[in-house]
Write a protein that binds this ligand. Structure first.
Ligand code: ADP
Ligand code: MG
Length: 468
């Protein structure tokens, strides 16, 4: 039946579309009315889910009886599990495998050394890290609003919830999880019932409850708390799970229970959730945590250094070194923590004081890591050519037929946004064109993207393929 499904998709969608999206789609198993499909990359998974899920399901249903739903997973090579994630995984591998090109979405949680201060039993609530408290959270310009909202929520007792849900979004390592744990500690200290769940845990808890036919009990227990904290909401995927997530959200909010959520993007951009869930998430207070400015990085660094000194009294980092680190590490709090660990390792191993020189060596990889992935102009040209059925030499040629001009302009545009090359340099690499030609192409595509969502998707797709 699977071969027939594929043949029909190919016939109905055309060779091009099929080759791009479905050639590497494979059937893993059909069990309990669920057809589990796999693809090799996380990106293919999300693309198929967002654009073709209904189509594939309909085709599947017409070819095989008893298919209730389909799920798309990412197949090996198996990535190392994220620290802190539950050991057993839900069978349908709903969590995408890490792809090295999207660190902001995939960066693994660092090992939390803190002793668990609480476990929420079979609800699957994750323990709170004792180190991540309001006390250890450094407030600066970019997180002041988020911090203030978090404290208000945590202090609030009785009466209707203030902002519901409270939703934080920010790139990786900017303190979302820290704030959420801070709220958890404070709410717990006030004697109220709180559960902290990551998307992984939520999905795992729910899938598990379904398996053991205790879904109702799971839901009831989840709804019998004062504050539900949900981290990394962007990872919630799968139809039944996201529907369940929506129900839980509605039930809690309607009952006046506080919900706090965090993700790496605003609610409107949570593509894996349906429109109603997104708008519910957006319906309370949405706060973005901005990048750490240098002053904030310096304070966080100082506070980390002090914390380390409590256990390693001999560990000294002079002001010049601290300033260098705060300047060099611009990305996020996680890298700052990594830098402190490297300095400490260095100092412990060599027994020598940390000089600027040794600091530079010790944190070099962290500084380097932040450079954007280099995409080659040649690769852009090749990929775009193959997507549009022209040859690379067509793209470099003088030909001005529409069939060639459009891919050429897209390739120039991608070269500009992905390679950091100058316009004249890009012009040279496109058969010796003038930089004004490149500029014209870039502007034209920018404008077209704003007006044409199909093109916008297409370009986004090419970008991801190039960076994958
Ligand atoms: P996110 O969840 O946004 O990816 P985390 O909360 O895990 O980020 O923060 C990453 C690291 O940076 C943690 O060690 C955290 O304690 C630290 N950190 C981030 N922001 C701050 C801050 N404002 N004050 C103190 N530590 C911070
Ligand atoms: Mg986090």
């Amino acid at each position: 039946a699977w071969q027939r499904v594929k043949r029909r998709l190919r016939a109905e969608l055309g060779e091009d579309v099929f080759a791009s999206w479905f050639a590497r789609l494979e059937l893993q198993e059909v069990a309990g009315g669920v057809a589990r499909l796999t693809v090799p990359t996380r990106f293919l998974k999300s693309w198929i889910e967002s654009h073709y899920l209904d189509r594939v399901l309909a085709t599947f249903r017409s070819e095989a009886d008893g298919i209730g739903s389909i799920e798309v997973g990412v197949r090996g090579p198996m990535a190392p599990p994220r620290a802190g994630a539950p050991a057993p995984k839900p069978p349908q591998a709903v969590r995408p495998a890490p792809s090295h090109s999207h660190p902001a979405h995939d960066a693994a949680e660092p090992e939390r050394a803190g002793r668990p201060s609480e476990t929420a039993g079979d609800l699957g609530g994750a323990p709170l890290d004792v180190r991540l408290t309001f006390d250890s959270f450094v407030v600066g310009r970019s997180n002041a609003l988020a911090h203030a909202a978090a404290e208000r929520i945590a202090r609030h007792d009785g009466g209707p919830a203030l902002y519901n849900p409270l939703y934080f979004h920010a790139g990786v390592g900017l303190g979302k999880t820290h704030l959420l744990h801070g709220i958890g500690h404070a709410v717990k200290a006030a004697g109220r019932r709180v559960i902290y769940l990551t998307a992984d845990r939520f999905m795992y808890g729910f899938v598990n409850a379904l398996k053991t036919q205790s879904a109702l009990a799971f839901k009831e227990r989840l709804r019998a708390i004062d504050v539900l904290i949900l981290d990394d909401v962007q990872f919630i995927q799968g139809r039944s799970i996201q529907a369940e997530f929506g129900h839980t959200l509605n039930a809690l909010i309607d009952a006046g229970r506080q919900v706090v959520a965090a993700a790496d993007r605003p609610p409107t951009e949570l593509e894996s959730l349906d429109e109603r869930v997104r708008s519910r998430l957006a319906g309370g207070l949405v706060v973005e945590i901005g990048a750490l400015d240098e002053a904030l990085r310096a304070s966080i660094l100082q506070s980390r250094l002090e914390a380390v000194r409590a256990t390693h009294p001999g560990f000294e980092v002079g002001p010049a070194v601290a300033e260098y680190v705060a300047k060099a590490i611009t990305a996020n709090g996680r890298d700052l923590e990594g830098a402190v660990n490297r300095l400490l390792a260095h100092a412990t191993l060599t027994g020598a004081p940390v000089t600027l020189d040794t600091a530079e060596t010790a944190i070099r990889d962290l500084v380097k890591n932040r450079e954007p992935k280099r995409v080659k102009i040649e690769d852009i040209q090749k990929l775009v050519a193959s997507r549009y059925n022209v040859s690379r030499s067509d793209i470099l040629s003088e030909r001005r037929t529409a069939a060639v001009v459009k891919p050429r302009q897209i390739a120039m545009y991608l070269s500009k946004v992905l390679t950091l090359r100058s316009l004249p340099e890009i012009g040279r690499r496109f058969g010796g064109r003038d930089h004004t030609t490149v500029l014209h192409a870039v502007r034209k595509i920018e404008k077209a993207i704003g007006e044409d969502t199909a093109l916008c998707d297409e370009v986004e797709l090419l970008k991801r393929m190039l960076q994958d």
